[in-house]
Design a protein around this ligand. Structure first.
Ligand code: ING
Length: 325
């Protein structure tokens, strides 16, 4: 075990820039103005890096189903930046503040991803991440009060999880449902991640099991605190909250330390900035002791983690039929 604890500080002042709802009628220009105001607010408070929510530029359009998917094309970005989003990049350069932004991506090849980018303090795009764990459903489910048809509008990325060297450390990204899966954090933990940036749009009602609704906030913070602690990394979760097109969505954006402690948390469900000084050296206190992976992990024993998608046995021990991959 390496045992080395935190050395001279490597402080990144991070801002969680939570958004309130974006209604379907809200023009992108007005949304970009809100994002710029949030960035300036964060910059005024000395932030180096501003984290925005998932699908920050539009309303959460997977709540509706359209038979002809090209009717939804206007919700996607074909280029980043575009003339409409350029003001955000300009504001970032002007204030020497980096940011992470979630948006719907439509590639020249016609692929549709739920995407998040990392932009350095000079306005250059450092990296791009496409959502791996796509929740919800792929066909119209008319019985639902509202759809969650992400599997119709976005294809799951096969690119996995990246970690980039920027902002004096190792920065990773994940999007919304990704935060509920421990594999997400470990894949980045095994790349030495020190700060994971996550945007989310989470309705307060989970139609497949309403008994989970009262636990939406608890589950949100549970998974991010656990992921942070178990990988010795900071985690920043940023919501698009409030009542969006009649759907109440979780807010509770927060900045979490490698200890699992919450350093900052929003109190409203609208546009709101919270800031925390993240000393990336703090990660060493966990990554080089209790969670020294090179010393303690047993990948030779974890054979099921990548060879199986789901369990092979029922609760009575009988074998499940193997599903074709
Ligand atoms: N949203 C959800 C999330 O994982 C969901 C999926 C919806 C979970 C409703 C619980 C309740 O937070 C996205 N966008 O992944």
């Amino acid at each position: 075990m390496r045992g080395e604890l935190r050395g001279s500080p490597r402080i990144v002042r991070v801002a969680a820039a939570q958004m309130g709802p974006v209604q379907a009628s809200d023009a992108r220009e007005s949304v970009v103005s809100r994002l710029c105001a949030l960035l300036h607010n964060a910059a005024d408070r000395g932030a180096h890096l501003v984290v925005f929510p998932e699908l920050a530029l539009t309303t959460f359009f997977p709540r509706w189903f359209v038979e002809n998917i090209s009717e939804a094309d206007h919700y996607y970005e074909r280029e980043m930046p575009s003339t409409i989003t350029a003001p955000l990049f300009e504001a970032a350069r002007e204030r020497s503040v980096g940011f992470s932004l979630g948006y719907a991506e439509l590639t020249a090849a016609g692929e549709r991803f739920n995407t998040q980018i990392l932009v350095e303090r000079d306005g250059s795009i450092v990296g791009s991440y496409r959502k791996v764990h796509v929740p919800g459903h792929a066909t119209h489910e008319p019985k639902r009060k509202f759809q969650h048809a992400e599997r119709y509008y976005f294809q799951p990325s096969n690119e996995g999880f990246g970690v980039w060297t920027a902002f004096t450390g190792r920065i990773g990204m994940m999007i919304c449902n990704d935060r509920r899966w421990p594999e997400t954090y470990r894949e980045m933990g095994l790349q030495g991640v020190e700060l994971i940036l996550c945007g989310y749009n989470t309705p307060l009602s989970y139609l497949p099991d309403p008994s989970q609704d009262r636990l939406a906030g608890f589950h949100n913070t549970l998974v991010m605190q656990s992921g942070a602690y178990q990988n010795g990394t900071f985690v920043v979760g940023v919501a698009k909250g409030g009542c969006e097109e009649g759907v109440d969505s979780l807010a509770e954006s927060q900045i979490i330390a490698p200890s699992g402690e919450i350093l900052a948390k929003t109190v409203g469900n609208g546009d709101e900035v919270v800031v925390a000084d993240c000393d990336l050296e703090w990660c060493k206190n966990y990554q080089n002791t209790l969670f020294d992976m090179d010393f303690y992990r047993r990948p030779e024993v974890y054979t099921r983690l990548t060879s199986q998608r789901g369990p092979r046995t029922r609760s009575d021990g009988s074998e499940l039929p193997t599903t074709p991959d």
